[in-house]
Design a protein around this ligand. Structure first.
Ligand code: NAG
Ligand code: NAG
Ligand code: NAG
Ligand code: NAG
Length: 475
């Protein structure tokens, strides 16, 4: 989710420009923001190829190879069981950093080889990856890890227990002779990883296995898998963030090998007591609660529960919708907005093209009655964009309610989907709804909404619980 921060910066730049020019009260972001994707969800390896064409110097290294076919995802789990018990902790709290604006993401501090690096918390993907000193283009200032013994932690390309056979493609540096596994583009001795995200960003790296820790929570894991990033797209991560921690299921980790995700290993090594984690996000930081449901320090009232779709069907956290309404009298938009994905790696709330159009139509039908001027604004067409609003106009914005199959209802109030930005003494409201691309009947609930609801990812009974969060997440 990164592009978000550029999107937001662009919006702010546009705001400043507009304020300087004493423009009309209503303004919209530049057309360029429309193409800014927000989500950090996993994509198949084959989707890296078009993106690569834009990056000449990597492309040069791949010349001639681009014509052949890339390996698709292969969902074979291929990791040995991690060995038993280390430190036993229940409900350890890992502090999170970051915010919705201007960074557009939340991150934890990961410890590796006596150093630390910020990793974005992403429930929409399943790989752990961070920049290492061998990386060709990773910005040093955002954090970098110098691995002390590259050969000791690397997963060799020949290790067919992890490095899946038959995965070699044009994007790999070599093919393992034994089993046609994908060897790293920039380090052919290593098992190759090519991570690709729905925002168009990607990573080339080498798979490693070794100790990592979460110093904030006081937890450590002896044999975690991680991708040492050797090259990434310029949009891969944001300021102060050098990597990503995917908290989805192993089926979403196949890139092209499918290393067991960090949280699975934490549970199997006994580092966390239960196969549950919770996320509380606030305006400045938050908390990742590992091994437990977040308690009343983090939430107000009981959880509402919803079952997520089987991981064999969707390898991240998605739930079926019964009703999706804008305002109390809006029509049921379910056919455009099902399922709903809980994704901490998305900044705003992203809707498929049709759902976006319908939601905007319904909001406008209510809001235009309060302020006709708003009706004609570009505010609606080019999210995320910002405007000044009278109190009456603000109060006319309807709530969005999502009722899941379990009847649990998520109430997304105007206060949640309109982001307040103060600028030059004026309060602007920015629309936190975005078009999701590619389109489809899908809604992605990102940090915009998650920062109002403390969310439990209960992998013991395949359900998600949400409850209004305590502002500041008890910190
Ligand atoms: C690491 O392995 C490579 C090739 O396998 C070898 O050339 C290199 O000398 C090794 N480095 C160390 C420090 O052992
Ligand atoms: C899952 O377990 C929690 C207790 O940890 C429970 O409150 C919740 O109702 C369960 N979810 C479902 C869908 O039954
Ligand atoms: C919704 O419908 C009810 C009954 O028809 C009406 O009284 C109410 O004003 C409507 N609310 C809105 C926000 O339009
Ligand atoms: C949604 O939340 C807002 C603000 O907290 C509240 O005013 C409204 O009544 C809620 N709506 C529903 C349907 O719960």
């Amino acid at each position: 989710m990164h592009l978000t921060s550029s999107a937001v910066r662009l919006v702010l730049a546009v705001l400043l420009w507009a304020v300087m020019l004493c423009e009309a009260l209503t303004l919209a972001a530049a057309a360029a923001t429309r193409v800014l994707p927000l989500e950090k969800r996993h994509q198949k390896v084959a989707e890296v190829r078009p993106a690569l064409l834009k990056y000449q110097h990597v492309r040069a290294g791949l010349e001639g190879a681009l014509g052949s076919s890339a390996g698709g995802a292969n969902f074979a789990p291929a990791v040995q069981r991690a060995s038993a018990a280390a430190v036993f902790r229940a409900g350890a709290v890992e502090p999170l950093h970051g915010e919705l604006l201007p960074l557009g993401e939340y991150y934890a501090r990961l410890g590796v080889d006596g150093q630390e690096i910020g990793v974005q918390i992403d429930t929409g993907s399943a790989n752990l990856a961070f920049a290492v000193s061998r990386c060709l283009d990773c910005p040093r200032s955002d954090g970098i890890i110098r691995l002390s013994d590259w050969n000791a932690t690397r997963v060799p390309c020949s290790d067919s227990s992890v490095c899946l056979s038959g995965t070699c493609s044009a994007l790999c540096g070599a093919c393992s002779r034994r089993n046609e596994a994908c060897c790293s583009f920039l380090d052919p001795e290593s098992c190759g990883m090519i991570l690709s995200y729905a925002d168009g960003s990607y990573v080339f790296g080498a798979l490693h296995q070794g100790p990592v820790s979460l110093p904030g929570a006081g937890l450590s894991v002896r044999k975690a898998f991680y991708t040492a990033i050797l090259y990434d797209s310029p949009t891969f991560e944001r300021r102060n963030v050098g990597g990503i921690w995917g908290l989805a299921f192993q089926e979403a980790a196949c890139s092209p090998s499918c290393p067991k995700p960090l949280f699975d290993i934490m549970f199997e090594e006994g580092v966390v007591a239960r196969n549950i984690f919770s996320i509380c996000l606030s305006d400045t930081g938050g908390a990742l609660i590992l091994g437990a449901e977040a308690d009343t320090r983090f939430r107000r009232g009981p959880y509402s529960w919803v079952r997520y779709l089987p991981r064999s069907l969707v390898p991240y956290y998605a739930a079926s919708v019964k009703e999706f309404r804008v305002g109390p009298n809006g029509s049921n938009l379910r056919s455009y907005a099902d399922p709903v994905v809980f994704d901490s790696g998305t900044t705003l709330m992203a809707l498929g093209g049709e759902a976006f159009t319908k939601v905007i139509q319904e909001i406008k039908s209510v809001v235009c009655a309060a302020d006709a001027h708003l009706c004609h604004s570009r505010f609606w067409s080019e999210a995320p964009s910002c405007t000044l609003l009278s109190d009456a106009a603000y109060r006319s914005f309807p709530d969005i309610t999502i009722r899941f199959d379990s009847d649990a209802t998520l109430n997304i109030s105007r206060d949640t989907y309109l982001i307040r930005v103060e600028l030059a003494g004026e309060l602007y409201y920015c629309l936190g709804l975005e078009v999701l691309s590619p389109t489809g009947a899908l809604v992605v609930i990102g940090d915009l909404v998650l920062r109002r609801f403390t969310t439990v990812f209960n992998r013991e009974n395949s359900s998600i619980g949400f409850a209004p969060s305590v502002p500041g997440c008890g910190q």
